[in-house]
Structures are given as structure tokens and as C-alpha cells.
Design a protein around this ligand. Structure first.
Ligand code: PGA
Length: 260
């Protein structure tokens, strides 16, 4: 498979606009342009506009962490995918923090995925079970439900262009932070691709990019990126540290070089 590895830094609700600029500056000093690795930064909504002017677009792309699924209207406090169209290439959709803290249901996630695609923004759709669900043996059911509803209104062609992320809630630093075994990640991602294949065919299942997310850092990233099923990683805590994040990008390039 001849895909670039995708490394996404999710800064969550951290860093002021000024601090965000400083971090980008530091990353630009450390991260070289690699043809085989794509690096995406997801700062706060507020920092997107200034960073869109500051980033070197040959090296970085921007992602929103969230947006509202209607294009415009009397939705006080919200920002739409339509408004973000000129600023970002990607948007994270259905992150577990949104599902758990902000009540995003399967249907809301489905509408947001559709709104992103409608506005030419590539959704990075997060899918994964909680610890309780895993302990109850419900992992596959949860993945199936989240995945099939999120993709419900898209065509196979549209799905080829989106990004899925297996991000078990129990592996996220700020939830349980349990380091996932590569074998478990592999099994879950195979299952996700299998679901896509059943519904949309083999071509779509091979084309869709699938990332892993959850406590990824410079020490464990290689064990995930070496899995043939994994097309990249979604990084939270470690993306706020320029040493760690630039090291992760460097390792991604090494893995690509070794495999090709
Ligand atoms: P983490 O976060 O890398 O800090 O576990 C990942 C995420 O929530 O996207």
C-alpha cells in the first residue's frame, strides 16, 4: 500500500494563541518535509486563523477539533464546517471527549461527518469503546455501531478519502491511559476495515486510511506504525511537546523508509 503515514497532533483545549504560534515555530525548526509522512496539527478553534497564516503548508496541514453540522443559522456559539473550509484540510469528528462530555450521539456524529464532506473537509472519525464496554465484551458491537452510523450517508468514493481512527477510550492519557497492545490495535483495525469492506467493497476498504490513537508517544509509536493495517497515529498529550512530537514524525519517516 503506497499511502503516506498520517501523524495528527490533537492539542485539545490547551495553549493560548500566542503559545500555539510558539509551538508551531518550534515544530517548524525541527520537522523536515517528508514526502512519505503528512503532519496535521489540530489547535484550538481560536488559533486556526493565525496559524493558517504562519504554517509552512508544505510541512503541515491544519485540522479543526470540532465544528457544528449546520452550515449557518441561529446557533449561538457554534462554528460551522462551512466557515472552516478555507482554514482547514481536516476535522476531527466524534472524539470520545465530544461523545462523553458533550453528549454527541451516533446521529450527531453522522451529521457532522456529512457536513465535513459536504464542505470539502476530510473528517478524521474517532471510533472506540470505553473500558466498561471492553470488559463487557462489547468492543466489536461498539465499533460496528459507531462506524456504520458515521458512514451512513456517504458513498464508497467519499469514504475512500476520509480517515478513520481506532481510539479506545481506555487508552487515552486523560481517561485510563492504559497502553494498548499492538495485537489488540491490529485486531480492532482489521475488524473496522472488514466492516467497510462488507458495506462498500474491497477497493474502499483498502483505500480508507485508518489511524490508531491513545497514549501514543515517541517510545511506543513504532510498535503501532509497523503494523501494516495502521496508516498513522492521532497523538494527544505528546503532541504538545515539540521534542516528543518531532521525534514521532521522525520515527514515522524511518518506518516508511524501512518498509519501502
Ligand atoms: P492521548 O490523546 O495521546 O493523550 O492519549 C489522544 C486523543 O485523545 O486524541
Amino acid at each position: 500500500m503506497d499511502k503516506k503515514l498520517l501523524i495528527v497532533g490533537n492539542w485539545k483545549m490547551h495553549l493560548t494563541v500566542h503559545q500555539s504560534s510558539l509551538l508551531v515555530h518550534r515544530l517548524q525548526e525541527r520537522i523536515a518535509t517528508h514526502r512519505d509522512v503528512e503532519v496535521v496539527l489540530a489547535p484550538s478553534m481560536l488559533a486556526l486563523q493565525p496559524l493558517s497564516m504562519e504554517i509552512d503548508r508544505r510541512r503541515f496541514r491544519l485540522a479543526a477539533q470540532n465544528a457544528y453540522h449546520k452550515d449557518e443559522g441561529a446557533y449561538t456559539g457554534e462554528v460551522s464546517f462551512a466557515m472552516l473550509g478555507d482554514l482547514v484540510h481536516y476535522a476531527i469528528v466524534g472524539h470520545s471527549a465530544r461523545r462523553l462530555y458533550f453528549g454527541e450521539t451516533l446521529d450527531i456524529v453522522r451529521d457532522k461527518v456529512q457536513a465535513a464532506v459536504r464542505n470539502d473537509i476530510v473528517p478524521i472519525i474517532c471510533i472506540g469503546e470505553t473500558k466498561q464496554e471492553r470488559d463487557a465484551g462489547e468492543t466489536k458491537q461498539v465499533i460496528h455501531d459507531q462506524l456504520t452510523t458515521a458512514l451512513m450517508n456517504l458513498t464508497g468514493k467519499e469514504i475512500e478519502n476520509i480517515v478513520l481512527t481506532y481510539e479506545p477510550v481506555w487508552a487515552i492519557t486523560t481517561f485510563d491511559g492504559i497502553v494498548a497492545k499492538p495485537r489488540d490495535v491490529q485486531e480492532a483495525i482489521r475488524f473496522m476495515r472488514h466492516q467497510v469492506e462488507e458495506l462498500y467493497g474491497e477497493r474502499t476498504a483498502n483505500a480508507v486510511r485508518v489511524l490508531y490513537g491513545g497514549s501514543v508517544n515517541e517510545h511506543d509509536v513504532r510498535s503501532y506504525l509497523e503494523l501494516p493495517e495502521v496508516d498513522g497515529v492521532l497523538v494527544g498529550a505528546a503532541s504538545l511537546n515539540y521534542h516528543q512530537f518531532s521525534e514521532i514524525v521522525k520515527i514515522a519517516h524511518q518506518v516508511q523508509t524501512e518498509q519501502n
